[in-house]
Design a protein around this ligand. Structure first.
Ligand SMILES: NC(=[NH2+])NCCC[C@H](N)C(=O)O
Length: 410
């Protein structure tokens, strides 16, 4: 049976979920990219090449790489999954019953790989038969899309995140990303890889409106030793964290949630854009946003199935305690104030740790990579000139599903 467990941020990475987008990126244009949370349009061929290079680097390090489109295609072979997902993504409420029903029937007949492509890449009016268009009561379409593309599936870190022995399937904050969660729910509910009771579903897999209780994996750092560091960001709210924390405590998977308050800005939309864990005692931080002494709240179990909190203490003290190290090293973004702002924007701090002291990052972040190198951290570089336009680096483009704990235990 598969072992799904993420014991830390830095232990040996064993299995990771990536998404190599194509159709969704082909559909990004100057007029829709901002709304779809990209800062520019991309050269798609090069983006795909960069992504292949990233996946290959991980495979060369003996890491098992799963691809979201493949899992989704396999999931859609199951008729229950197919029916559920079509209803979730193309509901009567979204499209109106007179059009939605025949559209779902038409899509329902499609081979799984073609359907998977539309469910991630979006569906346009031009792609459906004329006879279906005629079934619409109002024929005037204001957008080329029936369903918009989901280019941010690229950032698999955010939509679901594994914490110790379970997963949170996250209610996303931005409308442009909310349908990603449906695809992930279908995968976790029906794909053979995730069948059985070997992991916990902490949060986010219910048929409800999560309203303000949103949470995204880029804000969640699995520190190890029962601690989780969570950013209260533009995307992750205290409401969302309360639910996740309660579930983690009730399942005895964590005993400390450390909260880092972040400015609500796009440049630091998630905690992992300004802080990542590189080695047992080493973190990368963007000092404009993260200071070692910033006061942080800690949530703990109250002993009766709920949560309580301790008064704020300096981040560095809490980390030293939970990691049981005498001194934490913080490596700040490299260069002068201009260079470091530019490198942070290009995800210099958003590296993916493969094992203690070995990380993957974009080659363009020269100053920061130099500092990592001097500090004894090995940076395996990838090109990200195109991928980076989506505002995410190696950490956000990966969702670890199997990773050792701090002691190397699995
Ligand atoms: N974990 C992360 N830092 N993810 C980056 C996500 C970027 C994506 N374009 C968004 O705005 O949602």
């Amino acid at each position: 049976m598969e072992r799904h467990y993420v014991g830390s941020e830095i232990g040996q990475l064993r299995t990771v979920l990536l998404h190599r987008p194509r159709l969704s990126l082909q559909r990004l244009t100057p007029s829709n990219c901002q709304e779809l949370l990209f800062d520019d349009v991309l050269c798609v061929e090069r983006a795909v090449e960069e992504h292949n290079q990233f996946a290959q680097l991980l495979r060369d390090q003996n890491i098992n790489v799963l691809l979201l489109s493949e899992l989704l295609t396999e999931t859609l072979e199951n008729p229950h999954a197919r029916k559920w997902l079509l209803e979730a993504q193309l509901s009567d409420y979204r499209l109106g019953p007179t059009f939605a029903q025949p559209l779902r029937e038409w899509l329902g007949e499609m081979p799984a790989d073609a359907l998977s492509r539309y469910l991630t890449g979006g569906l346009t009016w031009q792609e459906i038969p004329e006879s279906l268009i005629l079934q619409r009561i109002t024929p005037q379409a204001h957008s080329p899309f029936i369903t918009r593309p989901l280019p941010n599936h690229l950032f698999t870190r955010d939509t679901s995140c594994w914490i110790y022995q379970g997963v949170s399937i996250n209610p996303m904050a931005k409308a442009a990303r909310q349908r990603e969660t449906d695809n992930l729910r279908a995968i976790y509910r029906w794909h053979p890889l995730f069948q059985g009771n070997h992991y916990i579903n902490y949060y986010g897999d219910e048929e409800r409106r999560y309203d303000h209780a949103t949470l995204e994996g880029g804000d969640v750092l699995v520190i190890g030793n029962g601690a989780v560091l969570i950013g209260l960001s533009e995307r992750t709210t205290l409401q969302g964290v309360e639910f996740l924390a309660t579930s983690l405590f009730q399942h005895h998977q964590a005993n400390k949630i450390i909260l880092v308050e972040l400015p609500k800005h796009r440049s630091c939309m998630h905690l992992d854009t300004v802080m990542t864990h590189l080695d047992h005692d080493t973190f990368s931080i963007y000092p404009e946003v993260i200071q070692p002494n910033m006061p942080c709240w800690v949530l703990t179990p109250d002993g009766q199935g709920s949560i309580t909190h301790q008064s704020p203490r300096p981040l560095v003290k809490i980390l030293e305690e939970v990691l049981a190290v005498t001194e934490i090293r913080f490596i700040t973004t490299g260069g002068d104030i201009f260079e470091s702002e530019r490198e942070q924007w290009n995800d210099a701090n958003n590296v993916l740790t493969l094992r203690p002291g070995v990380v993957v990052g974009y080659d363009r972040n020269l100053r920061t990579n130099e500092k990592y190198d001097k500090a004894g951290i090995t940076v395996l570089t990838i090109r990200g000139d195109e991928l980076g336009r989506g505002r995410g680096g190696a950490r956000c483009m990966s969702c670890p599903i199997e990773r050792d704990g701090l002691e190397g235990n699995r």
